[in-house]
Design a protein around this ligand. Structure first.
Ligand code: FRU
Length: 498
């Protein structure tokens, strides 16, 4: 197999060549979703960062565009965001041209000494709907007095108070700024010291308001990526629920209590979902947000066994907020647009499983391009294990242990794993928070990734893998305990490759 055949994803964005990390500057305008990304055009490992660019009409099929933002005398271009400046508050739009798009990003300048850098915040504007950008002449717009980690500005429009609000990561906290014109920024407050996970540096925040589904209430959500310190090691993204009063992010008291008792508020418990942020200027019909993340982990991202390109993005997901007896919790699911790619459907109900049972072989459906939905109603104290395998003996195990109420993914025998000690040293796990008697799940499979959405997206796990040959078979077993698989539906996802 060529690297392209074996590892180039069918429906996850990868750059044609070279290194990619965080998604940046995501906005929607005039029919297009824009995705910029941390990009090193000259090598397949991290280096001087640029903003690569891709566009899509549905967040699933992406077309790569020319590099959008290049390094300059203030430094290389780290992560950041972009907004559609509808009222031309910045004055950077030109009459008779398109609505201005303003990108807000970190300039990273290396200084003498190994670990020494200056990180400042700058802006650039586009009068052609995000295709090309011009740097603002008075950059940086936020200078830095010696804060070591000071980066990843994410700007949102605060419609109650008619102003722009920026969240910025500063080591062990998030700093909030306000602005009327995207050029002059005023420090408001900070959040996070002593709250949440602090196993590593805080990065890539995102602050936005979300309606609580089925109510008239809204709350504010704060994403904070952290590296390392993730629930299964390396980098991961935690979230907080609270309120924003125009100056402070105030964490919800009950949420904080549960956070202190068991810190299980992660947007994803798998090892490969990092630096995820939301699209600006767009929401789902019910007011939800749309996001995607980098599908890798700083523990091994630069060593994964692809040469031509490195890293993919997760599938785009919608983010919804619900409240139940256990308080507020976020739910994540693949965007609705994915369903338009469904074709062949295999459906079966009430299957009695006694021993390892084949659910699907690749003769029927290409497993590397599928969406699978399942339901198990009468949960027993046993381990439900799904297995993806091929004739080379590679296998990826994932499933649910109802004995200790824990989901798991075990990629230790999934193919190439030796490139990093940290890649498959132990299975990843996630405690099930739902107490629903029915276990339901959606499984998205691509050539090198699995995305698991359990309990309608209450618990999510995303991981990558590199088999020696395509996986050909999917089976299920449960430690020789009989059970009923109430339903299984396998949809082939059909992507016309150009
Ligand atoms: C997160 C991150 C950001 C930074 C960027 C540099 O993965 O470390 O904090 O802006 O990557 O590429």
């Amino acid at each position: 197999f060529s690297e392209e055949e074996l590892y180039r994803p069918n429906f996850h964005f990868t750059p044609k060549a070279n290194w990619m990390n965080d998604p940046n500057g995501m906005f929607y305008y005039n029919g297009y979703y824009h995705l910029y990304f941390q990009y090193h055009p000259d090598d397949n490992v991290w280096g001087p960062m640029h903003w690569g660019h891709a566009i899509s009409t549905d967040m699933i099929s992406w077309t790569e565009q020319p590099i959008a933002i290049y390094p300059d005398k203030l430094g290389t271009i780290f992560s950041g965001s972009a907004v559609v400046d509808i009222s031309n508050s910045s004055g950077l739009g030109e009459v008779s041209k398109a609505t201005p798009i303003v990108a807000i990003y970190t300039n990273f300048k290396k200084l003498e000494g190994d670990d020494n850098s200056k990180q400042t915040q700058s802006i650039a504007f586009s009068n052609d709907e995000g295709r090309t950008f011009t740097k603002y002449e008075n950059n940086p717009v936020i200078d830095n007095n010696n804060i070591k980690d000071f980066r990843d500005p994410k700007v949102t429009w605060d419609e109650e108070r008619n102003k722009w609000v920026m969240s910025l990561a500063a080591g062990d906290k998030i700093m909030f700024y306000e602005s009327k014109n995207l050029k002059d920024w005023n420090l408001l407050s900070d959040f996070g010291k002593g709250i949440g996970g602090h196993g590593g540096v805080w990065e890539c925040p995102d602050l936005f308001k979300l309606p609580v589904l089925g109510t008239d209430e809204s709350k504010w959500v704060l994403f904070v990526s952290i590296n390392p310190g993730g629930p299964n090691g390396g980098s991961a993204t935690q979230y907080f629920i609270g309120d924003f009063d125009g100056t402070h992010f105030i964490i919800d008291k009950e949420f904080e209590k549960r956070l202190n008792e068991e810190h299980n508020y992660w947007i994803d418990f798998g090892r490969d979902n990092y630096a995820g942020v939301s699209w600006s200027n767009v929401r789902t019909k019910d007011g939800g947000k749309l996001m995607l993340s980098w599908m890798s982990n700083w523990d091994y991202a630069q060593k994964v066994p692809t040469q031509k390109w490195r890293s993919a993005m997760t599938v785009a997901r919608k983010v919804q907020l619900k409240k139940d007896n256990n308080g507020y919790r976020l739910f994540f699911s693949p965007v609705n647009e994915l369903s338009k790619y469904r074709s062949t459907k295999y459906k079966n109900e009430n299957i009695k499983i006694k021993e390892e049972t084949k659910l699907m072989a690749s003769e029927a459906i290409d497993l590397a391009s599928t969406e699978i939905n399942f339901k198990i109603s009468d949960l027993k104290k046993t381990v439900y294990t799904f297995k993806l395998s091929n004739k080379q003996g590679d296998q990826l195990l994932f499933g649910y242990n109802h004995g200790n109420k824990t989901f798991f993914i075990d990629r230790s025998k999934s193919g190439q794993t030796a490139f990093s000690e940290k890649f498959a040293n132990k299975p990843s796990t996630a405690v099930r928070t739902s107490s629903n008697d029915n276990l339901t799940g959606t499984i998205l499979l691509d050539k090198t990734s699995i995305e698991l959405f359990y309990d309608n997206g209450e618990t999510v796990m995303t991981e990558i893998f590199f088999p020696n040959a395509p996986y050909e078979k999917l089976s299920i077993t449960s430690e020789n305990k009989e059970f009923i698989l109430n339903s299984i539906e396998i949809n082939k996802l059909n992507f016309n490759k150009s």
